[in-house]
Design a binder for this molecule. Structure first.
Ligand SMILES: C[S@@+](CC[C@H](N)C(=O)[O-])C[C@H]1O[C@@H](n2cnc3c(N)ncnc32)[C@H](O)[C@@H]1O
Length: 341
């Protein structure tokens, strides 16, 4: 996908923020694992950072302060509402800024086309609290709203299309795969039986009716897993992540750092596997007594195990509870095929 000029915007640094303005922006979305992320990225003056999921700019603000006036902060977000927040942010931080209003995989490809090699790239996956709190966007099972759930409101496909047009078996597969919902079959059947569904309230009722009574009163809201699953499918979240990981890694400068915060195992697993693969040295079959491949690791893992929020953060910001942070440093460029050993 080629991005047009309206989707990419450079802003020169202007002045440092008035404290009040910073407080207002920070209160919009409390960044998760922020000190941990910043410490792993270790931003230095003059560096270039790519925040693939700008959201409310909570992480970006901390990074921007550290890279300072000689640094460049590139923000990407597929939600058009993030652009206005970015414009405010750009006027307040000391560094040069650039915003790309697109999916992060497309944004990373655009940066690659420009030959930009960042010192750090990071993602903070999932929805922002602003998206959940914007009732009319239909992300929350707590408010009755149109069935939407699009992060990028320029996209045509919505949750209404999914629940009203997809075959029952495909809906069940989505609920099972992306929501790990045990009652996927019953819920999909009930959704199809009640079509057309127009609102999140109607969807919640269908979900409840599609599960046994005992399951409706378990831990958490009965629609939580199904909403997560439908949102992931509407936004193609796992495909975007799978596409972005190698792009982000390729673009990093040697010595650059990559970090990812994920909120469920479907996101954490591909990040973990990707980084483990990059950190792997010898790829010889295990039955060979000595290494003949000469393959060198490209990554040094900065987190052997994923970092979780402290009990204090989990208490003060419930959204952080399921967060997992992983990071790695690029220690070698990929070896061209056939040039190992
Ligand atoms: C959890 S929030 C990020 C919050 C941000 N780190 C902060 O401190 O405010 C996730 C953001 O990423 C965006 N997003 C999610 N998936 C995306 C994708 N594939 N491409 C671009 N943006 C994405 C969402 O629109 C949302 O604004």
């Amino acid at each position: 996908m080629r991005l047009n000029a309206r989707q990419i915007e450079y802003v020169e640094p202007t002045h440092r923020p008035a404290l009040r303005a910073v407080e207002v922006v920070m209160s919009e979305h409390e960044p998760v694992l922020a000190p941990e992320l910043v410490s792993l990225l270790a931003p230095e003056p003059g560096q270039t950072a790519v925040d693939c999921t700008f959201g409310g700019g909570g992480h970006a603000r901390q990074v921007a302060e550290l890279i300072g006036p000689a640094g460049t902060l590139i923000g990407i977000d597929r939600d058009p509402a993030a652009k206005e927040r970015f414009n405010r942010f750009a006027a307040e931080v000391p560094c040069r800024t650039l915003f790309i209003s697109s999916d992060f995989a497309a944004g990373l490809r655009a940066l690659q086309g420009e030959g930009i090699r960042p010192d750090m790239v990071y993602v903070d996956l999932g929805m922002s609290s602003m998206q959940v709190d914007a009732r009319e966007r239909g992300f929350s099972y707590s408010y009755d709203a149109p069935l939407d759930m699009r992060m990028d409101t320029r996209q045509e496909f919505t949750a209404a299309n999914l629940v009203n047009e997809w075959p029952e078996a495909r809906i069940a597969k989505v609920l099972r795969r992306f929501g790990e919902e045990r009652h996927a079959g019953g819920i999909a059947r009930e959704i199809v039986r009640r079509r057309p569904l127009a609102t999140t309230g109607e969807l919640v009722e269908a979900i409840k009716a599609g599960m046994p009574a005992s399951a409706r009163f378990g831990a958490g809201h009965p629609a939580k897993r199904s909403f997560q699953a439908i949102r992931i499918a509407v936004n193609g979240e796992l495909e975007a992540l799978a596409e972005a990981l190698p792009l982000a890694w390729q673009q990093l400068k040697l010595g650059g750092r990559f970090a990812a915060i994920s909120f469920h195992s479907l996101e954490d697993r591909p990040v973990k596997q990707f980084l483990a693969e990059k950190a792997r040295g010898c790829v010889c079959p295990p039955e060979l007594p000595v290494c003949v491949c000469g393959h060198e690791p490209e990554a040094e893992l900065l987190t052997r195990r994923a970092i979780s929020p402290s009990p204090e953060e989990a208490e003060s910001n419930p959204r952080s509870r399921s967060a997992h942070l992983r990071a790695a440093r690029k220690i070698a460029e990929a070896q061209p095929v056939g040039e190992t050993g």
